[in-house]
Design a protein around this ligand. Structure first.
Ligand SMILES: [Zn+2]
Length: 230
């Protein structure tokens, strides 16, 4: 509604600023994981995820030309609590334990990666920061670094941004599925990733404020797959 229009009319941050900030936070995160002894422990696994990611990144370069100059990076963690995530500019982290536990084949892995790539390509970090400023204009008085931190840690900001996060999850699912399909991965396997997500979830029907229920995501992907294959 109005919030969205305001955001679009007033880009508060440049993509470059957000990518530079993301790069710094990513580096910090990687060094923490390395210090804990969980970073890139398995060379074969790392080679596998990089190979699958490469196919998707090449497709993204065709579909989203602005990403051609990005320094994409992908690493793996074998820490139990870690979940897959991506940051502005294509900085991605996957959890090896999750991928092995779910026995993801390459196309299912491609869906996981493509979802993360879609978050980066759609500039979800930047839009989140801008929405925070629209909802809480007082943040204009503070530094960008503080805002970056608050978006991940401040309770009231997290609560206020939850609906946007949920919308971004749905967008990354749909854009990710389209990207991976164009890159040549099997639609059945791409959708099957969401079946595994749902089956491996303790509460597959739980729709939280910030995340759509896994079962609903699976259904949405089945429907999109049907549309795309018509
Ligand atoms: Zn996501």
């Amino acid at each position: 509604m109005d919030d969205k229009t305001t955001t679009l009319q007033r880009p508060f941050f440049s993509s470059e600023q957000v990518m530079a900030g993301a790069d710094k936070m990513y580096r910090q995160r990687l060094s923490d994981i390395e210090r804990a002894g969980y970073l890139d422990k398995d060379e074969l696994f790392l080679a596998r995820i990089k190979k699958v990611a490469q196919v998707l990144i090449q497709q993204a370069a065709q579909d989203f030309p602005e990403t051609r100059t990005w320094q994409w990076e992908i690493h793996s963690s074998s820490e139990h609590e870690e979940t897959a995530y991506s940051m502005a500019g294509g900085k991605i982290l996957l959890n090896q334990l999750q991928i092995e536990r779910w026995s993801l084949n390459d196309a299912e892995l491609a869906m996981l990666l493509s979802h993360e790539i879609a978050h980066a390509v759609l500039e979800h970090n930047r839009l989140e920061y801008e929405q925070a400023l629209v909802l809480f204009p007082a943040w204009h008085q503070r530094s960008f670094e503080e805002l970056e931190d608050a978006v991940d840690n401040d309770e009231s900001l997290l609560r206020a941004l939850a609906p946007l996060c949920k919308q971004q999850e749905e967008e990354a699912d749909a854009a990710g599925l389209r990207l991976a399909q164009r890159a040549g991965f099997s639609m059945i396997s791409l959708v099957n990733f969401y079946k595994k997500l749902s089956r491996n979830s303790a509460n597959p029907n739980f729709d939280s404020k910030s995340h759509p229920a896994p079962a609903r995501r699976w259904m949405a992907m089945r429907e999109l797959a049907l549309q795309l294959s018509k």
